[in-house]
Write a protein that binds this ligand. Sequence first.
Ligand code: 6PG
Length: 472
Amino acid sequence: EKAEIGLIGLGVMGSNLALNIAENGHPIAVFNRTTSRTGTFFEAAGDLRKMIVPCTTLAELADAIKPPRPVIIMVQAGQPVDEQIAALREVLSAGDIIIDAGNANFRDTIRRFSELDGSGLTFIGMGVSGGEEGARHGPSIMVGGTEDSYKRVEKILIDISAKFEGEPCAAWLGTGGAGHFVKTIHNGIEYADMQMIAEIYGVLRDGLGMKPKEIGAVFAEWNKGRLNSYLIEITATVLAADDLDTGKPIVEMILDRAGQKGTGKWSVIEAQTLGVSATAIEAAVSARILSSLKDERLAAEKAYGTGGVSKFSGNRDKVLHDLELALFAGKIAAYAQGFAVMDAASKQFGWNLPMPTIAKIWRAGCIIRSQFLGTLADAFEKSGALANLLMAPAFIEMMKEAHPSLRRIVAQAAEAGLPTPALSSALAYFDSYRQGRGTSNLIQAQRDYFGAHGFERIDAPGAHHGPWAGGG
Ligand code: 6PG
């Protein structure tokens, strides 16, 4: 019997995805450029071996799959994907589908679609979220390509995806780069979520002088409420863990320097290109950049001193409650921004992205999965088109309750010298967004003064100039 599907790239994600596919009853042919890996993978597959065809060449892989063949590529984003596509073109035939399941830049995905145009081959750009565990037991799957090509692999994708109360977390989202774009924004939001959690951790550690295990207990408690989510859950677990070598809390043994592979940065670049404000995501990416300057930061601390401990005054339970709500308010702003970016891209690229569906397929499997995404899906379903999530009735209620806490936390953190870049930018975004009369009248006057750009008046249509010599 021939395999239903093929997979190239047996790294951790690829291996786990292949095992997931096999376990769900779909025979799969696998290939890895370093052949020894294919052998190791197959040996370790145990009972699932009967569903797996290990291949040592791409020709063998093509031969092992029943045409028309779907083949998943799960290799490092960038050049390696182009190399695999070029190699596959030699062995595949008309009607076959190449599926890139890596974290591709959606602009590369669009280019690959057009490069395959006229080749008879079909392409799918597919975002997969959920880390190693997700890939093995059920990721969230965001598909971009033609609806027809999706239909041809839908059964397999639905079978392997995470389920939220029985509903599969896999969906076709739009043509071309839609799937990879949505995955990119998922990651941008992931960066913001993680950064805001880290900022709250910083306040608990340096503002309240709490120990990792105490902080972990706070997050564990919050995980039972409105903040319930995978990232809060693992934060609690991580903070409770001890280093096996020293016996100290493991977080205290980890260098405060975070890496990044590009998706966060792409979110920010695309937001700017589309003219959408995504400040919480920008702040999160920037924070990782600053985190990498460990030596400079140590030198600056010597020069300036640093934010001290226990400057957070007031009743501790009240501060903890404020912190919980501050994190929630920041989260609302970050998601409002992420969805606004997707809305603008949807219009720009003609994708017609289904926002409620996106929120729904993020409720399980992916890294940002949370109770909150259910609330968000409901809001989109009830309101239809929304200019901004902040204007959904349910969100107006939640934000009204939460923003005073965000304000108090950001203000106290500023006083104490504790950095909260993502939370403060979320607050500034909210305050700017809800300010009916802003301050850009002055910007317009300045632009007119030095560049005769003209401005609009509040009491008359058309372009006007000010009473200064430089203008006009
Ligand atoms: C996921 C993750 C996953 C990975 C990213 C982010 O959705 O499963 O987002 O794709 O963690 O590569 O990685 P960086 O933090 O290294 O940019």
